[in-house]
Design a protein around this ligand. Structure first.
Ligand SMILES: [Zn+2]
Length: 391
């Protein structure tokens, strides 16, 4: 006979007619109660179920309505024959004192919380069943399916800082009327070098330290091949930005990564001059880094632009006074730029006598490092949640 069945009968119905029998019966019930508690404590309960499981055991014994002790009170104590009442009363009080260990607070304190791996959680119904199988008492279905209980929160990710910065840069140029163009990361040597006026003998071809797949195919070293592809596809006029991953044969350190992100801009139209380039990049720098930022253009060399320049911004950390980040110069170099080389325009099928254009290229990772004051590019790619959840 189960404990439930016993507490549903009166003492005479159970054949108990003397004090000894009463004591034996109560001892049996107490052993069952303490056994269930001990079993739950030895088993523990997963964090998401912990309180529910503790409450189920508490309710089974102590619920005011229909708990085992309440039924016992009803059928054994209240309905006890007059001569057994003192013995039943005494045993009942002892049982009640012992049942304090089943109070919810007490169970929550003593039942161990088991770790739970989020990836392997069975769906709710299956969880209820598997949990039920492992426990000696019944978890009421209406508790397990109580729709008023808070749901399981699944952790939501955030945008990666690189994605964030890329989108921010894209937004600024989309607002200026540029559109976004993409191209393949596995690129032909022709688009990556030759079409961009970087012939085989050119020293900059070594400078790239390229990852070759075979003699004719590379992992693109910059987003510039998309310039040619877009010129071929759309012709002039053209106003595009090209975000994407690039690859170079670099050893990873705090400022280098074999995979990194670039955004390239290209504007081709009639009467495009270096003044357009300066105006656009100055506007962009102020939008991205803040209105106080000043820009500086210095001559440089790239095979695909003529003239070429390096763009520096006034140091955003010291305001141009000189500090550790800007190496006391007050300036931070952030972009390369220039007027598109006539040969490049011609390679893209555009007449350099009719059209002119400018281009720039920047490192998204570097912009993100400057924006968030991060000193190691590797942090972006190590998938360390402690780092990523700060964004
Ligand atoms: Zn500085």
């Amino acid at each position: 006979m189960t404990t439930e069945e016993k507490v549903s009968k009166t003492l005479p119905e159970l054949g108990v007619t003397e004090t000894q029998g009463v004591e034996a019966l109560f001892a049996e019930v107490r052993a069952a109660m303490e056994g269930e508690r001990a079993e739950l404590i030895s088993r523990g309960a997963p964090a998401s179920h912990h309180e529910r499981v503790c409450k189920a055991l508490r309710d089974r014994w102590l619920a005011r309505k229909n708990g085992l002790l309440a039924r016992l009170d009803e059928h054994w104590l209240k309905a006890a024959p007059r001569e057994l009442k003192p013995a039943v009363g005494k045993c009942f009080n002892e049982l009640r004192r012992a049942s304090a260990a089943l109070e919810l607070k007490e169970l929550i304190r003593t039942v161990p919380v088991l770790p739970e791996s989020p990836g392997t959680r069975p769906p709710d119904a299956a969880r209820h069943e598997s949990l039920q199988e492992s426990l000696p008492f019944e978890i009421p279905g209406d508790v397990a399916q109580d729709l008023t209980l808070p749901g399981y929160r699944r952790p939501l990710g955030t945008l990666h800082p690189i994605t964030r910065v890329q989108r921010e840069i894209e937004d600024i140029f989309l607002g200026l009327g540029f559109w976004i163009e993409n191209g393949p990361e596995i690129e032909s040597v022709y688009y990556n070098f030759d079409a961009l006026n970087i012939p085989e003998s050119h020293p900059s071809r070594d400078d790239w330290d390229t990852l070759y797949i075979n003699a004719q195919t590379v992992l693109r070293t910059h987003t510039s091949p998309v310039q040619i592809r877009a010129m071929e596809k759309y012709g002039a006029p053209l106003h595009i930005i090209i975000p994407g991953k690039c690859y170079r044969h670099d050893n990873p350190d705090s400022t280098h990564s074999p995979m990194f992100h670039q955004i390239e801009g290209l504007a081709i139209d009639t009467d495009i001059t270096f003044a357009d380039l300066k105006g656009t990049l100055d506007f962009f720098a102020k939008k991205f880094f803040g209105e106080k930022v000043r820009t500086r253009f210095q001559p440089s060399f790239f095979p695909f632009t003529e003239p070429s320049g390096e763009v520096a911004i006034s140091c955003i950390f010291c305001g141009g006074e000189g500090c550790r980040v800007c190496k006391e110069s007050g300036w931070i170099e952030v972009m390369g730029c220039g007027m598109v080389h006539p040969v490049v325009l011609r390679n893209g099928g555009i007449d350099p006598d009719k059209y002119s254009g400018w281009a720039f290229g920047l490192g998204v990772d570097r912009f993100a490092m400057l924006k968030y004051d991060i000193n190691d590019i590797q942090l972006f790619f190590q998938s360390d949640v402690r780092f990523l959840e700060q964004f």
